[in-house]
Design a protein around this ligand. Sequence first.
Ligand SMILES: NC(=O)c1ccc[n+]([C@@H]2O[C@H](COP(=O)([O-])OP(=O)(O)OC[C@H]3O[C@@H](n4cnc5c(N)ncnc54)[C@H](OP(=O)(O)O)[C@@H]3O)[C@@H](O)[C@H]2O)c1
Length: 354
Amino acid sequence: MCACAAASVFLLRTGSAAAAAVPKVAVSGLLLLHGCHTGPRRVLVTGGSGLVGRAIQHVVQEEERKDGEEWIFLSSKDANLMNKEETQAVFQKHKPTHVIHLAALVGGLFKNMRGNLDFWRHNLCINDNVLQAAHEVDAVKVVSCLSTCIFPDKTTYPIDETMIHNGPPHDSNFGYSYAKRMIDVHNRGYFEQTGRSYTSVIPTNVFGPHDNFNIEDGHVLPGLIHKAYIAQKEGKPLVVWGSGSPRRQFIYSLDLARLILWVLRNYNEVEPIILSVGEEEEVSIKEAAEKVVRALDFKGELVHDTSKSDGQFKKTASNAKLMRYLPNFAFTPFDKALKDTCDWFVANYDNARK
Ligand SMILES: NC(=O)c1ccc[n+]([C@@H]2O[C@H](COP(=O)([O-])OP(=O)(O)OC[C@H]3O[C@@H](n4cnc5c(N)ncnc54)[C@H](OP(=O)(O)O)[C@@H]3O)[C@@H](O)[C@H]2O)c1
């Protein structure tokens, strides 16, 4: 696939033979009536130009090419999905049989704290438009993206898929969290009223090539990579925001892309599934910063700015459900994925999102 982000629609045709049918299964009381689709698949990816969308493009092109699948990757230039008419028009144009819905207003802790209203309104609006437009063109399956940061703040650990609606999310990102939780409400409603097989995945913190490396607005890992890169150049200390003690599970975008493709093709529940490395892979922000230092061969000092917020202390998620389905899935080791991401950032510094 062409690496040019400016091209707003990426079309990838992978053959015309019929795709394999998805079997009917009954799980947790939800029998999927519309999960079966035997003709060619036209997969529309909203948010196809972002971190996860670019990883899916890479995996579809390099690893998981399948006969009978045509892929269309959208960016915001193709349609503003906050606008109902533009959303309907782009769905009418492509008439997808399947949708991977990634488009969202996304950001790290500090961007969320500044914009809870925006995160709520943008994401609620995008999700309602996309899911209804998919239904109107008769798309048989939609896989949408939630996040482990939407779970209740006060909870028991590890978090699992049954706990999404159990209590208020962390104050720092309540807008994003409630909007994302409503996707699960949409999915249950579409299933009950129309039999649609619309489901969702719950990734932990994602990182990889094509991330948003903006220091103020991005997530913790790309922010650390960018800050370390600048500190190295300027011979200054790397300043880690917060105490460094909060703990996170990180998933490499290419691993997440492989798992989302599996969900699209093989997962037949309406209920969400957590896509995460194991609980034992959780690292503190301090450990993550030390790994960034090693990956970039940063020679300076590492200091903590404890005047900055820590956010939620931890959101340890269980991947037991995923492991029941895919016991042999091999995650890319964190150190290797981090090194590859740092190498990508250095090699693409001029054009990287920052
Ligand atoms: N990154 C993480 O750590 C993380 C963790 C858990 C879950 N998630 C979820 O995973 C999904 C993908 O996240 P990501 O990190 O890949 O995000 P990203 O890199 O910020 O990309 C966001 C994508 O959404 C598109 N978009 C945003 N607003 C839009 C609008 N109004 N109309 C049309 N398109 C719009 C963007 O298009 P442009 O490129 O044209 O702006 C871009 O393709 C999101 O649903 C996110 O909530 C992410």
